[in-house]
Design a protein around this ligand. Structure first.
Ligand SMILES: Cc1cc2nc3c(=O)[nH]c(=O)nc-3n(C[C@H](O)[C@H](O)[C@H](O)COP(=O)(O)O)c2cc1C
Length: 220
């Protein structure tokens, strides 16, 4: 059994990383509770060199050597088959300019397009998945400005490939370690309140997604 957590932020100790760590903790605790074993691996996308899909279309070529897979020789080359064959994938990304990070989008192109069949069913194995977002804006702003467009687009492709993902949005997150050192227009008191009162609840939800994913894998 192998479960992957994908960090789409460059920052290894901030919001995305903490939310994914909470999910990993939920997974570990539930595995222990059920007396089951699975290996967990965190992939930091910003540590890898890769591009998005290059539209070479080898993955769609009938009887081609690369049908259903990807011929690009970069840091995703060995990783993608491991993800396709894994038992669960949890994606985490900040929102950058109203979408998941560019690094995450390029990664999703490479992960999903080879398994995408025009007018047909996915070539990928179904598996439990989750997408955990975090962002500067408040829930109200996200509802007004982003509506469900970002989330539906990202999750729609994940659902097509692997099955419907669990979804968690952590709003109004703490961006700077010390707001006094940077130029910004945020209400620091409100940010601190959110960090103290709401973020721990988001971590708890992320933890619960981890426990649920283990239950889904082992059918409990
Ligand atoms: C280039 C860039 C663009 C961003 N664009 C947005 C945005 O459009 N909406 C938003 O809510 N936050 C935006 N943010 C803020 C991040 O989403 C937020 O700080 C997030 O918590 C960062 O995640 P991390 O702490 O895991 O790195 C942006 C940050 C950067 C660096």
């Amino acid at each position: 059994m192998k479960i992957y957590l994908i960090n789409g932020s460059n920052r290894k100790k901030y919001n995305t990383a903490q939310l994914l760590d909470a999910t990993a903790e939920g997974i570990t605790d539930e595995l222990e509770k059920q007396d089951k074993e699975a290996e967990l691996e965190i992939i930091n996308l910003y540590n890898l060199n890769y591009t998005g899909c290059k539209s070479c279309l080898h993955c769609k070529k009938i009887d081609g050597k690369y049908y259903g897979t990807c011929p690009i020789k970069d840091d995703l080359n060995k990783l993608l088959p491991k993800l396709w064959n894994s038992d669960a994938i949890i994606f985490g990304s900040p929102i950058y300019f109203g979408n998941v990070t560019g690094q995450m989008r390029s990664f999703l192109e490479r992960l999903i397009f080879p398994k995408y069949v025009y007018g047909g069913e996915t070539l990928a194995n179904p598996k439990p998945t989750a997408f955990i977002y975090n962002m500067n804006v408040t829930e109200e702003y996200s509802n007004q400005m982003y509506a469900d467009s970002i989330y539906n687009s990202v999750e729609g492709y994940i659902e097509y490939a692997f099955g419907k993902p669990y979804s968690l949005k952590s709003y109004d997150t703490y961006q700077f370690n010390d707001y006094s050192l940077y130029k910004h227009g945020f209400n620091v008191e409100a940010k601190e309140k959110q960090k103290k009162e709401q973020f721990p609840k988001d971590l708890e939800e992320a933890y619960n997604i981890g426990t649920q994913i283990v239950r889904d894998i082992f059918g409990k």
